[in-house]
Design a protein around this ligand. Sequence first.
Ligand code: HEC
Length: 155
Amino acid sequence: MKSTLLLMAAVAAGLSSGALAVPDMKESPGKAAAMQGAPAENARPHYRPTGKPVSAARGEAIFLDHCAICHGLHGKGDGPRSAFFQPGVQYIPDLTAAAFLKGRDAELLNNIREGLRRLPEPAYVMPQFKYILSEEEIRSVLAYVKTLPATTARK
Ligand code: HEC
């Protein structure tokens, strides 16, 4: 009960100090830019470095959490989101095609970090993961992606 009262007091204090008011553009340009969807200059990573070794096994869990929605459970490019892609314009690759991934580690890592935007703004077809995943997680997920061609070939 006591904590509920404290919470209510905190909410009331927040309201009266104008916490919910629209930010003044001149006073907080960063906040205003963030609200308009422009990349904030002070954008910071949302992850904590894990300190764990790179591993394809960990990469599988990361792939299911962050990538399968577009790329599909097995990387075929048939995730639920792909149904909303504009046919003939938005392109989603088949990550199980060995030739597509071969010898492109540095480029692939960079594209996972920075995302891919081959359409006019503001369409990011492939999101940026540099603020969401740590470097170890990005490398782990690529290690997992690179196992996809062999796993699908076995099926
Ligand atoms: C919102 C949908 C979406 C999500 C989520 C997504 N991707 Fe993609 N990804 C795409 C699309 C679309 C492309 C192709 C973009 C292009 O080539 O223009 C792509 C391309 C790629 C490529 C090929 C890049 C290249 O250089 O050819 C890799 C590898 C990849 N994604 C890995 C991932 C990984 C790993 C994740 C999760 C951490 C992920 N993607 C999450 C949509 C997505």
